[in-house]
Design a protein around this ligand. Structure first.
Ligand code: COA
Length: 338
């Protein structure tokens, strides 16, 4: 019931999580208490940090994240407690720990020390400083907060559906979020943002856009970051990310070129296919400007969407019925005759 344009005005991820879990905005005091509950949960179980060191080189961060979130269940005494209260506590742990897993893994993988969370900073800002090891400036703080707010939830998308189906069997909340991460990885869903950046890198200059896009369309290939099952108009999240992308890319030559290529792609795809950018299109350049390596792009989507997944799991369990659709069975003629 809250307008994304209002939530995006002065973005606060914690406020957005509170809305998703409670169906209303928090009071100032409630928001402070919520932050105080969440930030300490950003610390990770020690065995999980040790495990980061044993992850084979070259593993995709989404594969690592899927395994790590499943691993969290090992260290939570409440994993098997499916009560409303325990699930609310586990949801808080998940929302706080998923960003720490991504940042912590990245640092350990690169032989760097972990950066502890700062209790005075938000989850999104903490994520960025724990990932990069630097204190982000005002522009970057706003951009990461907006990224987390805009990706937090989005109806019955594929990963949310996977989470709800899993929850409907009364499996634990970690199982549901693990299933959701598995679904998000695919390039037709959250994996698209990585493919967008790879496309921008592959094009090189705005002058090459027309030929590149025409080539993709001639081969009947998908243009990543475009189209949507639900929106047949512009995705409202893309509008905000376009503005931020232009803002955070300004001043950096390579990033400004990526932004210029993106604008040209948008023009060309609208003209030839009549389809619009979705959330993943401009998220690519925003993440590039924030110093996130391309293979991590989908993990940021997961960090934010954990808020929505956990909200949906709790909603499912509040009035649960096993999700068990029937399939239409097609029997071919020769089989029928047998
Ligand atoms: N690039 C090229 N053509 C696209 C397209 C894209 N990204 N998205 C849709 N189309 C075309 C289809 O080819 C089809 O054209 P046709 O009727 O001439 O065959 C038409 O638009 C309808 O597509 P359809 O497959 O019915 O849409 P969908 O609802 O099944 O697919 C997506 C939705 C998101 C899977 C699809 O738009 C896509 O693959 N996008 C790229 C991946 C992406 O960005 N995913 C993130 C989504 S938030």
């Amino acid at each position: 019931g809250y307008d994304i344009n209002d939530l995006a005005k002065n973005p606060s991820f914690e406020e957005c999580v509170f809305v998703l879990w409670n169906d209303r905005l928090p009071t100032k005091r409630e928001l402070e208490d919520f932050r105080a509950e969440l930030i300490p949960e950003m610390n990770l179980p020690r065995p999980l940090v040790q495990w980061f060191k044993r992850v084979p080189r070259g593993v995709h961060p989404m594969v690592m994240l899927r395994s790590a979130v499943s691993d969290l269940a090992l260290y939570d005494k409440e994993t098997e407690d499916n009560s409303v209260e325990a699930n609310r506590r586990k949801a808080a742990r998940l929302v706080a720990k998923v960003p720490s897993i991504i940042a912590g893994f990245h640092r350990i993988y690169n032989g760097q020390e972990l950066v502890p969370p700062d209790p005075k900073k938000s989850i999104a800002v903490n994520f960025l400083r724990m990932f990069t090891g630097e204190e982000p400036d005002k522009k970057s703080r706003e951009a990461i907060e907006l990224m987390f707010v805009l990706h937090a939830d989005h109806g019955f998308n594929a990963s949310t559906f996977a989470a709800r189906v899993t929850a409907s069997t009364l499996a634990d909340i970690y199982a549901a979020v693990t299933a959701a991460i598995g679904a998000l990885k695919g390039p037709l869903h959250g994996g698209a943002n990585q493919r967008v950046m790879e496309m921008l890198e592959g094009i090189g200059s705005p002058d090459d856009v027309e030929d590149y896009i025409n080539g993709l369309l001639a081969r009947r290939e998908r243009i990543m970051g475009f189209g949507h099952r639900v929106y047949k108009v512009e995705d409202p999240r893309a509008r905000h990310l376009r503005k931020y992308s232009e803002d955070v890319c300004g001043g950096d030559v390579a990033c400004s070129r990526y932004f210029a290529i993106s604008r040209q792609i948008e023009k060309q795809v609208k003209k030839t296919k009549g389809i619009y950018p979705n959330v993943d299109f401009y998220s690519a350049t925003v993440q590039h400007a924030l110093g996130i390596p391309v293979e991590y792009y989908t993990t940021l989507f997961a960090a934010s969407r954990t808020a929505g997944w956990t909200a949906h799991v709790m909603e499912q369990l509040a009035d649960n019925r096993l999700m068990r659709p029937l399939s239409l069975i097609h029997i071919s003629e020769p089989t029928r005759q047998l």
